[in-house]
Design a protein around this ligand. Sequence first.
Ligand code: SF4
Length: 308
Amino acid sequence: MLLVKKVNEVRIKIGHKVYRYGRINYLPKKYAGKEVIILTQEESSELKRLRIIKKICEYILNSHNGRRMFNIVSRTWNPVSGCYHDCKYCWARKYALQKLRHTKRYSKGFIPRLNMEEFKVKFNEGLVFVTDMGDLFGSWVKKSWILKVINYTKKFPNTLFLYLTKNPRKYHEFIEEFPENAILGATIETNDDNLYLKHFISKAPLPSDRYRAMAELDWKYKFIAIEPILDFNLKTFVKWIREIDPFMVYVGYDNYNNKLPEPPMGKTAKLINELSSFTLVIKKTIRPAWNEGMLKYLPGDKELTHKL
Ligand code: SF4
């Protein structure tokens, strides 16, 4: 930290201790008497990135209730679409097979494909959700497709690209390729593999595989989506997320009435409280489980309503 004594005359101060006096070539008058931080070019671009992330987080936190996954992003981008994970709650597949069934992209079904026309779009800052209509890191996706996508994002260093997968083990193969503006996310709806299997939630790798892959992933901006949340063991789930060490976690219930094995709202409140002690938690749709007695949460349970 530099403390500007007069114009151009600075003292290097760390905490309360002044270490050295000196002069710098140019400093506008308005900084005289103030503390300033002088950054290297490297530090400055890091700060810019952090500012963008902070801006996004503020935006998320200020957005209203009943939020869905994609309202935090400036835009979505689907250079690859389609998916074979076959999740029970998949809205994208339904959307593709119903509303978009006559489009070129989905006329043959929700089949994975590379969409060449998407490599003409330009991005200018903000946050881009990459592939919300599929899983770019699904085991079936060709390496060349993934590299094409990653290389294209390198053209836009001021934009943040958010990836979300249910096969995060595949991130490891590309870790040297990702630029610094990549946020690597994984959906982990629960820590309970048995529950996952019992209810045929998805053909994707089991939650425990995803947890291990994310915990072993050496990346600065990791993100976890606990959405749609499924019942869990509090202690284990918190331990998993702590080990993964994401900068942000989403928590939200299913938005599409899929009657999933959901945790009671009080249990989710406890999870949110625990996670909030070490990471940024974004609360999405938070409500009682579909099969939970609504009466329990009518006005009166002020303590719980407050927590959420
Ligand atoms: S991973 Fe996403 S796109 Fe693929 S089936 Fe599951 S919810 Fe749908």
